[in-house]
Design a protein around this ligand. Structure first.
Ligand SMILES: [Zn+2]
Length: 385
């Protein structure tokens, strides 16, 4: 028996709009004919929606740069200045906010000092000030990146060992106070969104984005979408267990033997202390100056990073692994070892080893990714699979 599906025309129309916008955002300018062919849509549908999007200012027409005989086709491009978004990154000691265009370009900044383990009320008040200072008439929404486990269904920070927050939820209150849609996300996930929309992940559908910093965070992109898991806890690479010993180092999450106890600034700071050096940065500089034991510490760091990533690669089979975070300023001391471990061990050998890439969005990535949460929502079909 054939079952008929009744399609809601408005929903289909909105779905087609998103298909066109997504294609132009990720693949760059295309002609109407290219869009019809690639997306499998009737030329009449393309013509109608393109006319509508162009009138709204969401698409702009541009001429094909190739020199060719005959008429050059008019290309359509996503207009990054169509709307603005606000991104906020809540960190120990600092609240950073920015107004961005939809192409991830920072248009204005707002920054304030907060306590190292700030009171949520203090952050809430400052965030509202930032939104008032940055918001424009065309602002689509606010994205907030926070270190910790976020329940994205409610926007609640379930637990943040870095900020010492438990059960903090200000998505609704802030949304009401500033009358904008608010998205709250783990900061490593926000970084993955930044790389997906505007950085090294733009041309990959399946990749893992890792942030080597105070801890070891990760964001997983599968099928071109951030994979959040049930409670937004997917990608917590730093808390995968790597040391089974009963007396393995105790992690700040309360468990023992977590990867980030071997692979983070904290781990390097401990090693620096052991060698009589100030911190991870002094350790890095000593290694570059030929300090043998410091060099060995970084090689071991690379080995553990590689081991953790190898496990993730075997689980997910991504096309690429993007590595970022402020420890990347010493990437020359550990990245080759990590790459060697990932590629040597990944199954099946050789042929399908993922590309290992450095982050492109850099330190601005958390802000860009926080704003990117709003862009990502804008580029999401109303039809949920
Ligand atoms: Zn842990």
């Amino acid at each position: 028996m054939t079952q008929k599906t009744v399609l809601n025309p408005k929903l289909m129309h909105d779905h087609h709009r998103v298909l066109i916008l997504r294609h132009l955002h990720f693949h760059g300018p295309a002609s109407r004919a290219d869009l019809a062919r690639t997306l499998g849509l009737a030329p009449s549908v393309i013509t109608r929606i393109v006319r509508e999007l162009t009138a709204e200012g969401c698409l702009v027409e541009t001429e094909c740069p190739r020199s060719s005989l005959g008429r050059r086709p008019t290309l359509l491009a996503f207009n990054p200045d169509y709307r603005t978004v606000i991104g906020a990154h809540i960190q120990p000691g600092k609240l950073e906010c920015a107004l961005l265009n939809m192409g991830g370009r920072i248009l204005a900044r707002w920054e304030a000092a907060v306590d190292s383990q700030p009171d949520p009320k203090q952050v809430f008040d400052l965030l509202l000030k930032a939104v008032v200072a940055l918001q424009r008439d065309n602002t689509l929404g606010l994205g907030i990146a926070i270190s910790g486990l976020i329940d994205i269904r409610t926007g609640e920070t379930i637990f943040s060992p870095v900020l010492q927050w438990e059960r903090v939820n200000f998505r609704e209150i802030i949304g009401q106070a500033c009358d904008l849609p608010v998205h709250v996300e783990n900061d490593a996930n926000a970084l993955a969104v930044a790389e997906l929309l505007h950085g090294a992940g733009r041309h990959y559908r399946d990749f893992l984005c890792v942030m080597v910093s105070d801890g070891l965070g990760g964001g997983i992109v599968l099928g071109g979408r951030l994979h959040r898991g049930v409670f937004g806890g997917a990608g917590e690479l730093g808390h995968t267990a790597i040391d089974p010993r009963e007396d393995a180092p105790l992690c700040r999450c309360g468990e023992r033997g977590c990867l980030e106890e071997f692979c983070s600034k904290r781990a390097l700071n401990r090693e620096a202390q052991r060698l009589g050096l100030a911190d991870w940065r002094a350790l890095g500089e000593a290694a570059r100056a030929g300090h043998k034991e410091a060099e060995r510490v970084f090689r071991r760091f690379g080995y553990f990073l590689g081991l953790g990533l190898k496990n993730a690669v075997n689980l997910l089979n991504p096309e690429a692994v993007i590595i970022g975070g402020d420890l990347m300023e010493f990437a020359d001391l550990f990245l080759e070892v990590a790459k060697e471990v990932i590629c040597r061990h990944s199954f099946p050998r050789g042929r399908t080893a993922p590309e290992i890439l450095l982050w492109q969005v850099g330190k601005e990535g958390f802000l860009v990714g926080a704003g990117g949460l709003v862009v990502e929502e804008f580029l999401t079909s109303p039809i949920k699979a």
